[in-house]
Design a binder for this molecule. Structure first.
Ligand code: UDP
Ligand code: MG
Length: 316
């Protein structure tokens, strides 16, 4: 044997929400990968309140393979919560998150582990350079979103970056320390720092089942990212206020001059009405922005658990 010491362990976290169709393919793939690689493996499947047979499949896998651990939530808490549960329970020296639909090619792990070990990186992420197979509108808004958030936030968000990445134990410990309730992992990964190398690949369509993201769901996730990692919208509200005050002064000056020169005929109320509606709208918008931050603060102060476990085979 090449390595006389204990083998290093890679934990693979798999958030699974109604993935009964895709899981068998996924498990076969990672099982054969595990055989090829030198390291030991630990599979942590997180059943995120699925309503299909996901849990039954996971229990069967756990019965036949000692490396399989599962955590089953009491309801659907979202992929972010599922990943956090995985990070908290992973015991490996290296930890990775993979989608159950094989959109994150497991074969890349070989290259990732090599990069971490030989090139001294703490983490290797993957980003897709194409969005082939994705609805055009979704790609369009996704691109805009990354442009905007990178302007507004100091934390860099990489366009096309997936949650799939291999990390060292040190980095995972840092992530576990981030106990916020409103989680936006792309930001958190970047916030904790450490040296990350990006691998690029072409988008792969999911092997079975369908995407859990609706347009509205993605929109809310985007707001999560902005509110979680930037306070620029709040500053913008103040700037808008200052700007409008300036415009108002200018208008007052113009109106006074005009009245002094031309007298005071009563006219112009439609434009006045428009201005009032416009400013009223802006005020509501700004209150809405403040409200968004307040709402997030409110939820954070409650310190609710990020997820609730109903069933697991992990013994603590
Ligand atoms: N997922 C989850 N909880 C959810 C939604 C999704 O655990 O509420 C998991 C899902 O099972 C999959 C991964 O997150 O393993 C990515 O989801 P999906 O493939 O639907 O997203 P997409 O690839 O379309 O971005
Ligand atoms: Mg997918």
């Amino acid at each position: 044997m090449k390595n006389p010491f204990k083998k290093e362990v890679i934990s693979i976290i798999v958030p699974s929400y109604n993935e009964a169709e895709a899981l068998p393919y996924f498990y076969d793939e990672v099982k054969s990968l595990a055989k090829e690689m030198e390291q030991e493996f630990e599979f942590i499947f997180v059943n995120d309140g699925s309503s299909d047979d996901t849990l039954t499949i996971l229990r069967n896998l756990a019965d036949s393979d000692k490396r399989v651990k599962y955590i089953s939530f009491s309801r659907n808490f979202g992929k972010e919560a599922a990943m956090y549960a995985g990070f908290e329970n992973a015991t490996g020296d290296y930890v990775t998150v993979m989608d159950a639909d094989l959109q994150d090619p497991p074969q890349l792990l070989k290259e990732m582990i090599k990069i971490i070990k030989e090139e001294g990186y703490d983490s290797v992420g993957v980003r897709r350079v194409t969005r082939k197979g994705e609805p055009v509108i979704r790609s369009f808004f996704a691109r805009r979103f990354y442009k905007i958030i990178n302007k507004m936030s100091d934390t860099e968000m990489v366009d096309g970056a997936r949650d799939y990445r291999l990390m060292t134990r040190q980095m995972v410990n840092a992530l576990v320390e981030m106990k916020e309730y409103n989680r936006y992992s792309k930001g958190l990964f970047s916030f904790v720092g450490f040296k990350t190398k990006w691998l690029e690949y072409e988008n792969i369509e999911r092997v079975a089942g369908e995407s859990k993201w609706s347009f509205w769901g993605l929109f809310k996730y985007a707001i999560e990212g902005i509110v979680g990692f930037s306070t620029v919208p709040l500053v913008m509200a103040s700037f808008l206020g200052v700007f409008l005050c300036f415009v108002a002064f200018l208008f007052i000056a113009i109106i006074i001059c005009r009245t002094l020169i031309f007298g005071d005929p009563v006219s112009g109320w439609p434009s006045l009405a428009c201005i009032i509606i416009f400013i009223g709208g802006l005020q509501l918008l700004c209150i809405g922005v403040i409200g968004e931050y307040l709402a997030k603060t409110y939820l954070e102060t409650k310190k609710r658990p990020i997820y609730i476990v109903k069933d697991t085979n992990i013994k603590k």
